[in-house]
Design a protein around this ligand. Structure first.
Ligand code: ADP
Length: 165
């Protein structure tokens, strides 16, 4: 059974992430979308890691071979536990590549059986990031071109609570 992991912050999941998930899911028996918790950044996100997991689960519920999880450990170690052979990464621009190449090499050093597979972003989502979504939400813009429909209300409510408090 070929298992792959798609790691990221997903704060929140965007249509760009979902596009990568759907394309990667057809390449593997199982795809684990993993919210990686960085202890330094954990309190700086819009959503808690548990909330991010819940939003992703809602969005991928119709994809039978996609699982959603959360980890605060080392990715190479997490992959070993999950018996995963591949990490999936989306590439938006050349600027993503430099950083991702370094991480791919480190992860393979830590776990020699772990390959990283890069999927190019769909042209229509190249500009899209979770940060852009948060910036749009802050100004009350329509989010329907950026995130899955079923999580728009959650983002607006969370941003309103953050700005209000
Ligand atoms: P961001 O906060 O920049 O959206 P994440 O850490 O949540 O980034 O991203 C997780 C993974 O998804 C990374 O491999 C990233 O390159 C990829 N990714 C993010 N946005 C897109 C997009 N619009 N198209 C393709 N891949 C993307």
């Amino acid at each position: 059974m070929k298992t792959a992991i798609y790691p990221g912050s997903f704060d929140p999941i965007t249509l760009g992430h979902l596009n990568i998930i759907k394309r990667a899911a057809v390449c593997f028996d199982k795809l684990v979308v993993c919210v990686m918790v960085n202890s330094e950044k954990v309190n700086r996100g819009l959503f808690t890691p548990e909330e991010r997991v819940e939003l992703i689960r809602r969005v991928v519920q119709k994809l039978p071979n996609v699982e959603v999880d959360c980890s605060s450990g080392l990715l190479a170690e997490y992959a070993r536990q999950k018996k995963a052979c591949t990490l999936v990464k989306g590439l938006r621009a050349v600027s993503d590549y430099e950083n991702e190449l370094q991480m791919a090499l480190i992860n393979r050093k830590l776990n020699p059986r772990l390959e990283t597979m890069f999927l190019p972003s769909s042209a229509k989502y190249t500009y899209l990031s979770s940060s852009v979504v948060k910036e749009m939400a802050r100004y009350g813009s329509d989010l329907s071109d950026f995130v899955p429909r079923e999580i728009i209300d959650d983002i607006n409510a969370k941003m309103a609570a953050k700005l209000g408090g």
